[in-house]
Each structure stands twice: as structure tokens, then as C-alpha cells.
Design a protein around this ligand. Structure first.
Ligand code: SF4
Length: 279
């Protein structure tokens, strides 16, 4: 009967979906601590803990945090506080030629000296990945290794980000990865509000060029910048937001995760939210 066949087809699709996810987890090396879909977490899996005070602060893409900093923004801009998405909106549509648009943005950026971060940078880190990515990750700024190689997320935090990407059943080359600021702040300090103000328009143009299905902000700096919010990442990550009509999820920065593995369960929960927009 058609009804039975429809049910079998649906079951087959669901099983394929689960198989694809498990493959991603295996490839990502995330087995063991990730809560299976619809199941209980392994006995030894870390539990999401109450985020420490550092959660309230920007966490850059770097291997070592040398200093603690105050929150990124002094206060919420008028009408700019992060709000959860309420009304469903039509799916975002990429531009006609996102690759050409990204090239044009890179040309405009040039050998940028618009802010003081250019003084001590090695290489400018524009971003990389698929111009037609359905998912864009946004971090804070380049760290030591990124500054050396001119590529985003290539250090230890980058390796962990790749595991997160694999856990979603995707590959690094299939997503787009960039940062709020394109040059490494000296001594890995947090970029200042004026540096972010000068550089972030290029990030916004990158996102407009790609217009992915979903944006994942990594850490407080990216989330606060895109949402013009001063809320801590622990609060922002609880909801799906919208950036110019595109769903935006936020989670902890991989560099923070490296030092706080107890938050892996929380990050996995956030990734499941991201994944809903990729199916
Ligand atoms: S951080 Fe951005 S605005 Fe500042 S120099 Fe680098 S590319 Fe230019």
C-alpha cells in the first residue's frame, strides 16, 4: 500500500540522516562525549556547567588567553539588544555571484591600514571556504598561527572547529569561516570597539555576499558584534536570532572550549540547533 511505502521511505530517509550524522561524529572524533540524538548522554560525558565569568567576555581565536578583558560593548545600543527570532522568514537567497562579490570585498580591503591592528600583523586573514556555503562560522580575530598563515582557524582551536564541522556532517571546504577583525590584535588582546567598528563592515559584506542558510557566531565577540548586543554569550546562545533575515546561532568559541571541555555538551546542543537549518 502507498501509505506503508511512504512510511518506509520516511524511515529510510531518517536512518540515512542518522547514519550521516554518526559518520560525521566519527570523523570529527566527537564520539564519546556527545549526547546521541534523542538519547541519553554517555555516563562519562561532561555535563553542561554554569559558565564561568569568562563566558561574559570576548574569547579570541588563540591558543592562550593572556589577559582577561571587560565585556566588548559598554552597553546595549538603542534598540540593538539581542532578540530571539520570532516570525519565520523566507529562506535567505545567496547573491548572483557570491565568489565575485567576495573577491571585490577582498580587493576593497587591500593592504588595509584602516585601524591600528595593521601595525603588528603578519598576514591579513580575510576568510576562506565556499562562497556558496550554507553555513558561515564567524570568530573574533586571527591568533598566532592564523596571522602566520593568513588563514582563519588553523591552530588548535581550528582543529576543534573542524571536528565541530564534521559533527554536522559537513567538511571545512564546504562552509565559510571568517572573523570579526581581519588582523591579529597584539598579544592576542581583544579587539577594541573602535577596531571592530572599522573592520566589521567587511564582515557584514562577506555575510551579505554569501547569505548562507545559517550563521554560527563563535564566542561573545562575534555574537555581540553581529547582534549589536552586550548580552553574554551564555544568554545569546539560548535562542536562535536573525541577522538580516538569516538565522543566527551562537555558541562558545573553540578556544574557550579547549580550556573548558565541560562545555562540550552545551556546544553540541548548539550545533544541533544549527543543523536544523541545514536539512
Ligand atoms: S583589522 Fe580590519 S580594519 Fe584593521 S587594519 Fe586589519 S583589515 Fe584593516
Amino acid at each position: 500500500m502507498d501509505h506503508d511505502r511512504d512510511g518506509q521511505d520516511a524511515l529510510r530517509v531518517a536512518l540515512d540522516d542518522v547514519r550521516r550524522l554518526l559518520t560525521g561524529l566519527r570523523l570529527g572524533g566527537l564520539e564519546g562525549w556527545i549526547r546521541p540524538l534523542g538519547g541519553d548522554a554517555p555516563a562519562d560525558a561532561p555535563q553542561a556547567a554554569v559558565p564561568p565569568a569568562e563566558d561574559l567576555q570576548c574569547v579570541p581565536d588563540r591558543e592562550v588567553l593572556e589577559e582577561e578583558v571587560s565585556p566588548l560593548l559598554p552597553g546595549p545600543p538603542p534598540g540593538g539588544e539581542a532578540e530571539a527570532a520570532s516570525e519565520p522568514e523566507p529562506p535567505p537567497q545567496p547573491g548572483a555571484d557570491p565568489a565575485a562579490a567576495l573577491e571585490a570585498i577582498r580587493e576593497d580591503l587591500g593592504d588595509c591600514t584602516r585601524c591600528r591592528l595593521h601595525i603588528e600583523r603578519g598576514l591579513l586573514v580575510f576568510g576562506e571556504g565556499s562562497p556558496r556555503a550554507s553555513l558561515v562560522f564567524v570568530g573574533e580575530g586571527p591568533g598566532f598561527e592564523e596571522d602566520r598563515q593568513g588563514r582563519p582557524f588553523v591552530g588548535k582551536a581550528g582543529k576543534l572547529l573542524e571536528k565541530m564541522i564534521h559533527a554536522l556532517g559537513l567538511w571545512r571546504e564546504g562552509v565559510y569561516i571568517c572573523n570579526v577583525v581581519k588582523c591579529r590584535p597584539p598579544k592576542n588582546r581583544t579587539p577594541s570597539p573602535d577596531e571592530i567598528a572599522v573592520c566589521s563592515p567587511f564582515l557584514l559584506r562577506q555575510l551579505e555576499a554569501i547569505r548562507p542558510q545559517v550563521i554560527c557566531a563563535l564566542g561573545a565577540c562575534a555574537a555581540q558584534t553581529l547582534l549589536e548586543s552586550s548580552q553574554p554569550i551564555s544568554a545569546i546562545r539560548k535562542n536562535i536570532h536573525r541577522w538580516r533575515g538569516i538565522p543566527l546561532a551562537a555558541t562558545y568559541h573553540p578556544a574557550y572550549l579547549l580550556r573548558n571541555p565541560a562545555q562540550k555538551a552545551a556546544v553540541w546542543k548548539d550545533l544541533l540547533e544549527v543543523r536544523k537549518f541545514l536539512i
